[in-house]
Design a protein around this ligand. Structure first.
Ligand code: NDP
Length: 391
């Protein structure tokens, strides 16, 4: 029996809270904390179990430390924003509590995704005897675990990986993002990047694209972009020659994004408006729908998976591992759309792996560094069944 502290009461935080509440045999006490406590209380009101709620500004390590000392959790799940990763890790180090997140650290003034600053904490976490599990959502997260599973059971060497993320759902809004608008738009307006034969190769944003026929969905146009799991998988997969990440976008979405970019609203460089400094992208976030609000009318499915090529016993082989998730089903179960669902379920499973000692180590690790089998079993049991297709 253990106590879990969740920080962040957005779309993903709601799902994590529902899912850990569904495991009373593992998590005997739950506290959900966020910058706006009323959002925690709204989520708490959807549950059959009683949980605690709190207000915390996770940019302030001292506030997180005070909250940890008061609630005394065994594990902290960080599903606030990537900006808070380092301050929450600092609080975990100060108090000796295991840490889990779903997105790598970013500085608010610089849209750059890298694990460097979090990996740098490895020795401090090891010396403290606690675990930091990084990137335990779907992508990063389950996609890394799919690769680890393929490496363990299907290949002697993996040569190429294409991670493919398709959201074929429709929320009925003209333009909205499926997770935090600021983080999402920073990510997709970056230059594309993939890794081949030891080198990172860059492309102009969203210029390389192709059609793929997604099982359960049908043909969709997917665009090459950089995604953070590439950085850790390059380190952890044996014999890798190339790894790329693809995401589908509809024409309407891309047209809106292009216009917003052209008029400067996706910029993170502050402008002065009537004597006040405003970051255009933050203003845009404020007028776009909140991801947590999209679920009620969302229809359709997501399909996220990995196409993996390599060799086994001297023979070439290609497998495709994927999950299909239904927006309306997610809403029915936990009042969230499938993007929040596919992120929140793995975070809850990751926390279970940690508190039960199934995944046990000290230091800072990415999910593909642990045994994928128990996690894969849990995925099927907890709402995210997966398929392995020999191609
Ligand atoms: P939301 O914007 O819906 O929720 C973020 C929550 O964090 C909000 O409740 C917000 O509070 C809270 N928050 C922000 N700043 C602070 C702070 N300083 N202190 C305390 N709480 C704070 O985002 P999502 O739920 O969609 O995403 C959550 C995380 O999940 C993000 O880091 C995102 O990158 C990650 N993610 C990962 C995916 C994966 O597959 N790995 C996929 C999708 C998302 P307030 O309401 O007051 O603003």
């Amino acid at each position: 029996m253990s106590k879990v502290l969740i920080i962040g009461a957005g779309g993903v935080g709601g799902v994590v809270t529902h899912k850990v509440a569904q495991m009373p045999e593992v998590f005997s006490e739950i506290c959900l904390a966020s910058r706006t406590e009323s959002k925690c209380k709204a989520i708490a009101g959807q549950l059959k179990r009683k949980i605690k709620t709190a207000r915390v500004d996770a940019d302030q390590p001292q506030e997180v430390i005070r909250l940890i000392r008061k609630f005394d959790p065994d594990v902290l799940i960080n599903v606030a924003l990537p900006y808070q990763d380092l301050s929450i890790m600092e609080a975990c180090l100060a108090t000796g509590v295991d840490y889990l997140d779903t997105a790598n650290y970013e500085h608010p003034d610089k849209a750059k995704y890298e694990y460097k600053l979090q990996w740098r904490q490895h020795k401090a976490f090891r010396d403290r005897g606690i675990l930091a599990l990084l990137g335990c959502g779907f992508d990063p997260g389950v996609t890394n675990i799919f690769c680890a599973y393929a490496q363990k059971h299907y290949f002697d060497e993996i040569h190429t990986v294409d991670i493919m993320d398709c959201n074929a759902g429709s929320h009925g809004k003209v333009f909205a993002t499926n997770f935090n608008p600021e983080i999402n738009i920073r990510e997709i307006t970056q230059r594309g990047r993939y890794w081949e034969k030891g080198l990172w190769k860059e492309t102009a944003p969203l210029t390389i694209h192709k059609t793929f026929d997604f099982p359960g969905i049908g043909p969709k146009e997917m665009y090459l972009m950089y995604h953070e799991e590439l950085e850790s998988l390059v380190k952890h997969l044996k014999g890798l020659k190339r790894i790329r990440f693809w995401m589908t976008f509809g024409e309407q979405y891309l047209t809106h994004l292009r216009v917003l970019q052209n008029v400067g609203l996706t910029s993170i460089v502050p402008v002065v408006v009537e004597g006040r400094k405003i970051v255009p992208l933050r203003f845009l976030k404020a007028v776009l729908p909140e991801p947590a609000s999209l679920g009620a009318h969302y229809k359709g499915k997501t399909n996220i998976g990995c196409m993996i090529e390599g060799v086994k016993n001297g023979k070439k082989r290609t497998i495709y591992i994927y999950n299909v998730c239904d927006h309306a089903k997610s809403w029915k179960e936990v009042k969230a759309q499938a993007i929040s669902y596919t992120t929140g379920v793995p975070a809850a499973i990751g926390a279970k792996m940690m508190v039960t000692g199934t995944w046990c180590d000290a230091g800072v690790f990415n999910v593909e560094q642990f045994n994928p089998d128990p996690f894969m079993e849990e995925l099927s049991l907890r709402g995210l069944p997966w398929v392995v297709k020999e191609m």
